[in-house]
Design a protein around this ligand. Structure first.
Ligand code: SAM
Ligand code: SF4
Length: 339
C-alpha cells in the first residue's frame, strides 16, 4: 500500500503587496535620550512617553517571538538611547535565545556601552553600531549636548576587543556642520579597522532643520574620498542591505554610504519597526502607526497577533516619497520611532 505523503506546509511569512519579505525588525525600547543631537530631537519641551505606556520586556519578547515565527531573522535594539532602559542585557538574552533569530544588533550613542559590553556579549548580542558625528570635541559637544566623546571611543574600542563585528560607526553628515570631516572619518576607519557609515541627513528631525541643501550626497562623499583613497566596492550581502560599501586603499577599514535621500533603497526594503509604546511602523516615514500593544493587553492570542501583523505589513508603503511635492514628515522624530 503506498505511503500517504503528508502535504508540505509552507511557513507563513510576512510579505507586503510588493513582494518584499520582512526579515528585519527594529525595536525601539525607549523614547528617552541623554543626548540632544540637533538633527534628531529638540532640546525644548521634551515629552517622554509614560512608563506604563512602554512595552515591558515580556511584551517585547512575545512580539519578537511572533515576528521571528513569521520569518524575521534580524532584530536591532534601538531608541531613543536603548542603554537608558534598565537591564537591557536581560532583554538581549531573551531575544538571542529565540529559535530562528540569526542576528541581534544594537544601535547606541555609546555613552556607557563600555561598562556593559561584556554582559551584552554574554547575552548573545552579535553586533553593535555606535553613533559618532564628529572627531572634534567642541563640535561633538555642540551637536549632541554631551560633554565629550571619550566614552564613545572607549565603547568602540571595547566593541572591537569583544569582536562584536563588524563594528560600525554611524555618522550623519550635514553640510556646513561636519562635512569637512569626511577624510578624517575615513582615516579613523582605516586606523581603527572598522566600518564608518556616512548617513544622509533625513527630514525626520524634531526641530525641522532639514533642507535638501544640507544633505551631503553619496556622490559628493565619494568625490571627497577619492582625493586620498582608492575605493573598492564591496558586493552587498543581501539585496535589502541599506549601505553601499567600499574597502579603502589602506586595506583596513571600510566606508558605508547610506543614501536614503539621493538614492532611495525602498524597493528592497525588508524592515519593520516596533516603537517603544507598542506601535508597528511599516516605514520610517509612515504617517500611520498600528497599535499592537493595546491588542496584546486586551488579551489577543498569539494567532490573533500573527494575523494582525500579517495584515499590517500588507499596508507597507511602496517608498518614502522624500522629494515628492506631497511629502509630509512624520510627526515623531527618529528618537521616538527608533532609527
Ligand atoms: N541613540 C542611538 C544612536 O544615536 O545611535 C540610537 C537611536 S538613533 C535615532 C539611530 C540613528 O539614527 C543614529 O545613528 C542617528 O545618527 C540617526 N539619525 C537620527 N536622526 C537622523 C536624521 N534626521 N537623519 C539621519 N539619521 C538620523
Ligand atoms: Fe539621542 Fe540617538 Fe537621537 Fe542623538 S541620534 S538624540 S543619541 S536618539
Amino acid at each position: 500500500m503506498p505511503l500517504a505523503l503528508s502535504p508540505k506546509i509552507e511557513p507563513i511569512l510576512l510579505k507586503d503587496r510588493f513582494d518584499r519579505q520582512i526579515t528585519d525588525l527594529r525595536i525601539s525600547v525607549t523614547d528617552r535620550c541623554n543626548f540632544k543631537c540637533f538633527y534628531c530631537r529638540t532640546p525644548h519641551g521634551v515629552h517622554f512617553a509614560k512608563r506604563e505606556s512602554l512595552l515591558t520586556y515580556e511584551e517585547i519578547e512575545r512580539l519578537a517571538g511572533i515576528f521571528v515565527e513569521l520569518g524575521v531573522t534580524k532584530v536591532r535594539l534601538t531608541g531613543g538611547e536603548p542603554l537608558l532602559r534598565r537591564n537591557l542585557e536581560l532583554l538581549a538574552g531573551k531575544l538571542s535565545a529565540l529559535e530562528g533569530l540569526q542576528d541581534l544588533a544594537l544601535t547606541t550613542n555609546g555613552f556607557n556601552f563600555h561598562d556593559r559590553a561584556h554582559r551584552f556579549k554574554e547575552a548573545g548580542l552579535t553586533r553593535v553600531t555606535i553613533s559618532l558625528d564628529s572627531l572634534k570635541q567642541d563640535r561633538f559637544r555642540e551637536i549632541t549636548g554631551y560633554p565629550d566623546y571619550d566614552d564613545v571611543l572607549r565603547s568602540i574600542e571595547i566593541a572591537k576587543e569583544l569582536k562584536l563585528e563588524p563594528v560600525k560607526v554611524n555618522c550623519v553628515l550635514i553640510r556646513g556642520v561636519n562635512d569637512d570631516e569626511i577624510l578624517d572619518f575615513a582615516r579613523f576607519a582605516a586606523d581603527w579597522d572598522l566600518e564608518v557609515r556616512f548617513i544622509e541627513f533625513m527630514p525626520i528631525d524634531e526641530e525641522e532643520k532639514w533642507t535638501r541643501e544640507r544633505v551631503v550626497t553619496g556622490a559628493q562623499i565619494v568625490q571627497t574620498l577619492k582625493a586620498e583613497f582608492d575605493l573598492k566596492p564591496v558586493a552587498r550581502e543581501t539585496a535589502s542591505e541599506t549601505a553601499q560599501k567600499f574597502e579603502i586603499s589602506s586595506g583596513a577599514g571600510r566606508i558605508g554610504l547610506i543614501l536614503p535621500v539621493s538614492e532611495p533603497f525602498c524597493g528592497n526594503c525588508s524592515r519593520a519597526r516596533l516603537t517603544a509604546d507598542g506601535k508597528i511602523r511599516t516605514c520610517l516615514f509612515s504617517l500611520v502607526e498600528h497599535d499592537v500593544r493595546d491588542r496584546m493587553r486586551a488579551g489577543a492570542t498569539d494567532e490573533e497577533l500573527k494575523k494582525f501583523l500579517i495584515s499590517t505589513i500588507l499596508t507597507k508603503e511602496k517608498g518614502h516619497r522624500i522629494g515628492e511635492p506631497d511629502f509630509v514628515s512624520p510627526s515623531r522624530s527618529m528618537s521616538y520611532i527608533g532609527g
